[in-house]
Design a protein around this ligand. Structure first.
Ligand SMILES: *Cc1c(COP(=O)(O)O)cnc(C)c1O
Length: 403
């Protein structure tokens, strides 16, 4: 497909069409190139490719055509110039930090970021002299107050896990740019089907492909979307030396996943909204969190940023009079499930239910959890594609028989 034609095509079309050229065999489904090395036509051409003066594949750590197809398709959906696939979501964050930061540089993150992100930036990179501040997700003033002359990166995640807090991407992009820093948004929960952070000024979009990009809970993967300059000058050199390489098979699984991303996110989000409304009316439930619900504190902002859709993840608090009873009741609801899965992953077509206080947020102290609003009665539901009545019936098993 030539570039002139590609520019006229809509995102829905690119989601199923954007890829490297077909092989001479004319396959309709994109080829899976399982190879770690590439045969070179001449020593001269090989030298030029290693020097970066000629396009072409040389070695699996430096690139693979199936991975390139995934990168081009994801970039088309996010509206970025380029993208780089990685072995996991966490390795995408590591790649970004190694590419952009040095000792003495400062990062501002939301305190509601994914737990491993807080550990990686707040502790692991601190060993190498990278400084960080963690601020309340929705308080733009707190982000601003945390800026230092050495701030190079603002890193937000919206909506967050598990409370689905939404931050104002445009406001954070303006803050970052006025301070001479970049804004990265972890777009795992909304995906480009609902939210394209670059439309609001973000410089980098980070993904855990493990979640909705795969969409059926099969592979670990990640990606960074950014300008061609950032990808070529900052990320590719680190990929070449550090090797957090995306496996071709996992890239191929995500290529197929991206073809149905839009319809999955819309259908799963509609299920989540219906389940959220039902839970809000249930007498055993204290509170429900999903940006699609009018009761959500950032509902209006979320509707503006997320194509009018709340996303497929919700969480809810079981009513209880103390933390011990709350934990016992949440466990009862989870242990009563017979159809939905008790699993801490998300982004699957199968609905996954989890207890954040004892799993993803289990390493925090009770005080830290209380500050983050993650109580013992909180249950997260990553809503899938089962029939809504079956989801309600499965959650009712526990909610209607609380100890
Ligand atoms: C899962 C997840 C990650 C980490 O991705 P992995 O693929 O598990 O390494 C980062 N951010 C968010 C929001 C996630 O849900």
């Amino acid at each position: 497909m030539d570039d002139a034609l590609r520019k006229t095509l809509h995102r829905d079309t690119l989601a199923v069409r954007e890829a490297v050229d077909r092989s001479p065999y004319g396959e309709n489904s994109e080829a899976l190139y399982l190879t770690s090395g590439y045969v070179q036509s001449s020593a001269e051409s090989s030298a030029r490719r290693f020097a970066g003066d000629e396009e072409g594949f040389t070695y699996g750590r430096y690139g693979n055509p199936t991975v390139t197809s995934f990168e081009r398709r994801l970039a088309a959906l996010e509206g970025s110039e380029a993208a780089m696939g990685t072995a996991s979501g966490m390795s995408a964050i590591l790649l970004m930090c190694l590419g952009l930061l040095k000792a003495g540089d400062h990062v501002v993150c939301s305190q509601s970021m994914f737990g491993s992100t807080i550990k990686l930036i707040g502790s692991d990179l601190a060993k190498f002299g990278v400084e960080s501040s963690f601020v309340p997700q929705t308080d733009v003033g707190a982000w601003k107050a945390a800026l230092r002359p050495t701030t190079r990166l603002l890193f937000a995640e919206t909506p967050t896990n598990p409370l689905t807090e939404v931050c104002d991407i445009q406001a954070l992009a303006d803050l970052a740019h006025n301070a001479g820093a970049l804004l990265c948004v972890d777009n795992c929960f909304a995906t480009p089907a609902l939210q394209r952070p670059m439309d609001f000024g973000a410089d980098i979009v980070m993904h855990s492909g493990t979640k909705y990009l795969d969409g059926q809970g099969r592979v670990m993967a990640g990606a960074l979307c950014a300008s061609q300059a950032l990808v070529t000058e900052k990320f590719l050199p680190i990929m070449k030396s550090a090797g957090m390489t995306l496996a071709p098979f996992n890239a191929w699984v995500m290529l197929k996943g991206l073809e149905t991303l839009d319809i999955r996110l819309r259908a799963q989000s509609a299920n989540a909204l219906a389940l959220g409304r039902w839970l809000e009316a249930h007498p055993a439930v204290a509170r429900v969190h999903n940006p699609g619900l009018p009761s959500h504190p950032q509902h209006a902002l979320a509707m503006k940023q997320q194509s009018g859709i709340g996303g497929a993840v919700l969480s809810f608090d079981v009513k209880a009079s103390n933390p011990e009873q709350a934990r016992q009741r949440a466990f009862h609801v989870l242990d009563s499930l017979r159809v939905l899965s008790l699993s801490t992953n998300l982004g699957d077509t199968k609905t996954l239910c989890a207890h954040p206080a004892s799993t993803s947020h289990g390493r925090l102290t009770e005080a830290q959890r209380q500050a983050a609003g993650i109580g013992q009665g909180l249950i997260r539901v990553a809503v899938g594609l089962e029939h809504i009545n079956d989801m309600q019936a499965d959650l009712s098993r526990g909610l209607d028989t609380l100890p």
